[in-house]
Design a binder for this molecule. Structure first.
Ligand code: HEC
Length: 216
């Protein structure tokens, strides 16, 4: 039996850090770290009994494909990339123009309280009196906000009662069933959260103000 006779096919893999050869693309090559455990040892350093060459027998990158691949350098590159993207998307004009169109007419509210509740819970999306929060100027949030407001105003606009509002007849029911205001919006906007009595009063008030008799 020669020295190399039994290069310990099943010998445990070395766990001390070593230079680890890997795909040469993108900076992964020169990393130092333990080899992945799915490799098999095919050559050893005779002096240290350390494995010098390993062969991968399963998929995976040098050092594993887990978080090790994303070492600090990579995280910082990713972070910088995201930051750069965030800066660049601010140049997109969509969602930056926040001037409210004029109010051309409102429903005949049955009571000031109905209007007050609607103002709290609905007006940001269904009127021309949208309160634009500061973060609504920052993409990509601004895109979501703009989309909600555009769509909301298109289906029902309490500030443009001079034009037909065919969806208005559904408003009372939407409130009663808790469909409106949208849950995600109410989560962020405390002022729009309706207690169950608020909900009842708004729903009834809307039925009286814009209910089934709404303009078609
Ligand atoms: C965050 C923005 C937002 C708020 C706040 C909001 N809505 Fe809406 N609403 C929308 C959007 C967007 C649509 C259109 C898409 C949809 O139907 O979900 C809509 C649709 C509607 C519709 C038409 C639904 C249908 O399909 O017939 C009614 C009626 C309505 N909203 C009433 C209300 C009322 C009443 C309130 C206040 C209690 C309210 N909304 C608050 C965004 C909003």
């Amino acid at each position: 039996m020669g020295e190399n006779a039994a290069p310990a096919r099943k010998s445990p893999l070395p766990i001390q850090p070593r230079r680890c050869a890997s795909r040469s693309r993108g900076g992964v090559r020169d990393r130092v770290g333990p080899p992945i455990r799915v490799s098999t040892c095919i050559a050893r350093d005779p002096r240290h009994a350390a494995c010098t060459v390993t062969r991968r027998v399963a998929s995976g990158t040098c050092g594993g494909v887990s978080m090790k691949l994303l070492n600090r350098k990579w995280w910082s590159r990713i972070g910088l990339g995201l930051l750069g993207a965030l800066v660049v998307i601010q140049l997109v004009p969509y969602g930056r123009e926040h001037t409210n169109p004029p109010v051309t007419g409102e429903p005949t509210w049955d009571a000031p309280e109905t209007r007050a509740l609607a103002r709290r819970a609905c007006f940001d999306c269904h009127s021309n009196e949208t309160q634009w929060p500061a973060y609504a100027a920052i993409a990509p949030i601004s895109w979501l906000v703009q989309h909600d407001v555009d769509e909301g105003r298109a289906v029902l606009n309490f500030s443009e009662w001079s034009r037909p509002q065919p969806e208005a007849k559904d408003a009372s029911e939407e409130v009663r069933e808790g469909e409106m205001p949208p849950a995600a919006y109410a989560l962020i906007h405390a002022h729009a959260r309706l207690s169950s009595s608020d909900r009842d009063r708004l729903s009834q008030g809307l039925a009286r103000s814009v209910g089934m008799a709404a303009k078609q």
